[in-house]
Design a protein. Structure first.
Ligand code: GRF
Length: 210
């Protein structure tokens, strides 16, 4: 059965993309292959990481499009032109509209740096998530991988992993611990789970029509 073709969408440093590519290289995502990296801006260091691993890249900037629908259509066209079957949002900061979500229903996953439903939804991204966790004084935080739907961070939860908050943590120190102990472990695992599930669905479909 052909591997599930995966696109990873990025905006920043790309440490989650790096974890995905390293796990793919180590043979730990056997059901999928990362065929495309799409960045929301051309300054994203994630693009340099992708280039080092000879991954095809594309930059699709929201400000280049008149409205959300045109932006969505450009993303869907790029995904379809590359035969992409599954999308991973890895630190991706642009809003994906209904055009993309419905084209890839239950095929888009996202990593969020908290234990959803805490510290998630509109305005909770990057360091802001960890600032809120520290302000609240939680003793445990973590990361969540979930399916993407029309509600920010609202889709079905796939995997979660808890991480201890330690005395004296700054948002930066906590972010790094959540990345190392949760995000970089969960996202490759979830990628394999969903890529395998898609392979199974394709297998059942081919058996059904054969
Ligand atoms: C980080 O805040 C991470 O927790 C979240 O997106 C941001 C950038 O991650 N998932 P990356 O280094 O670009 O993967």
């Amino acid at each position: 059965m052909a591997k599930t073709k995966i696109a990873v969408m990025v905006s920043g440093g790309g440490t989650n993309l790096q974890a995905l590519m390293d796990q793919e290289k180590a043979g730990n995502i056997p059901s999928g292959e990362i065929d495309l990296v799409i960045a929301s801006n051309d300054k994203a260091y994630a693009l340099q990481r992708a280039a080092k691993y000879n991954k095809k890249t594309a930059v699709i900037k929201r400000k280049d499009y008149a409205d959300q629908d045109a932006f969505d259509a450009a993303i869907v066209k790029t995904l379809r032109d590359n035969g992409i079957e599954m999308v991973i949002l890895a630190g991706y900061l642009s809003i994906l509209g209904q055009g993309v979500i419905s084209a890839y229903k239950d095929r888009i996953i996202n990593i969020h740096p908290s234990l959803i439903p805490s510290f998630c939804g509109k305005g909770f991204y990057g360091l802001k998530v960890h600032e809120a966790a520290l302000a609240k004084g939680v003793k445990v935080t973590g990361a969540t991988v979930h399916f993407v739907n029309e509600i920010p961070d609202g889709g079905k939860i796939i995997l979660q992993k808890a991480v201890e908050v330690e005395d004296g943590d700054t948002p930066e120190v906590l972010q790094r611990r959540v990345m190392e102990q949760a995000e970089w472990i969960l996202l490759p695992k979830a990628a394999e789970m969903v890529a395998h599930q898609i392979q199974e669905e394709k297998r059942h479909e081919s058996e059904r029509i054969s």
